[in-house]
Ligand binder design. Structure first.
Ligand code: TMP
Length: 216
C-alpha cells in the first residue's frame, strides 16, 4: 500500500502550492504518486464542487452542505484514492476528512462527533498516514485572499468562501489546531507564514522520513 498524505489549512494557507512542490519532489525521487483534491476529483465531485460554489442561487443549510462534501468523499475514496494506494502510489490529497470536521463542525457549528461519525461512512476505514496543517493567522489568510481577488486570480464563485466572516475562519483555524493537538503523531503543523521554499523544506524533511520508514 502507498502512503496517504493530506494537506489542510484555512483559505490562503498555501497548501495547494505545497502539494504541487511536494509532487515535484516525489517526481525527482522517482516515487510514483497521485495528486488529488476534495471536493471535485471525480465526475460526480465536479458537479458537487460546482453546486457548492454556486450556492448563492439557492439555500444550502450546514447539514446539506456536509452531505455534499461527504458524497464527494465517498466517491473519491473508492474511485480514486484506494485504487491508487493499492497500486503502491503515494497519494497527496488537497483536503480530506479533517476539512469537514474543521469547516462543518467547528466552523458551521455542527456537532463534531456527529460529523466524525458521518465521515466514517464516507471515508470508510481510510485515514491519512500524515497530515500537513499549514497554519497562519486569519488576518494573513484574508489579506492573501484579497490580493488574489484583486489580481483577478480568483474565480468569482470561489470568493464566496473567501468572504465568510472572520469569526468563521477563526473557528476553522482553531478546529484544525485542536485536531492537530489531539493527534500529534499524524499531524505536522507547518508555519504557513514562511517563505514558500522554507515551508517546502519542512514538508520535504517530513516526507523523506516518512518514505524511508515506509520502505522498511
Ligand atoms: P479549496 O479548493 O481552496 O481547498 O476550497 C475548497 C473549499 O471547501 C474550502 O473553503 C474548504 C471547503 N471544504 C469544506 O468546507 N469541507 C470539506 O469537507 C472540504 C473537503 C472542503
Amino acid at each position: 500500500m502507498g502512503l496517504f498524505i493530506t494537506f489542510e489549512g484555512i483559505e490562503g494557507c498555501g497548501k495547494t502550492t505545497q502539494v504541487g512542490l511536494a509532487a515535484e519532489f516525489l517526481d525527482s525521487e522517482g516515487i510514483s504518486h497521485l495528486v488529488t483534491e476534495e471536493p471535485g476529483a471525480t465526475p460526480l465531485g465536479a458537479h458537487i464542487r460546482k453546486l457548492l460554489l454556486n450556492r448563492n442561487s439557492f439555500s444550502l443549510n450546514p447539514e446539506a452542505e456536509l452531505f455534499l462534501f461527504l458524497a464527494d468523499r465517498a466517491q473519491h475514496v473508492r474511485d480514486v484514492v484506494l485504487p491508487a494506494l493499492a497500486e503502491g502510489k503515494t497519494v497527496l490529497c488537497d483536503r480530506f476528512s479533517d476539512a469537514s470536521i474543521a469547516y462543518q463542525g467547528f466552523g458551521r457549528g455542527l456537532e463534531v462527533d456527529t460529523v466524525r461519525m458521518l465521515d466514517r461512512v464516507a471515508a470508510g476505514t481510510l485515514r491519512p498516514d500524515r497530515t500537513f496543517l499549514f497554519d497562519l493567522p486569519v488576518e494573513t489568510s484574508i489579506e492573501r485572499a484579497m490580493r488574489r481577488i484583486g489580481s483577478g486570480q480568483s474565480v468569482s464563485p470561489e470568493d464566496r468562501f473567501e468572504r465568510e466572516e472572520i469569526a468563521f475562519h477563526r473557528r476553522v483555524r482553531k478546529g484544525y489546531l485542536d485536531l492537530a493537538r489531539k493527534e500529534p503523531d499524524r499531524f505536522v503543523i507547518v508555519d504557513g507564514t514562511g517563505e514558500i521554499a522554507a515551508v517546502q523544506g519542512r514538508v520535504r524533511t517530513e516526507l523523506i522520513g516518512l518514505l524511508r520508514k515506509n520502505r522498511k
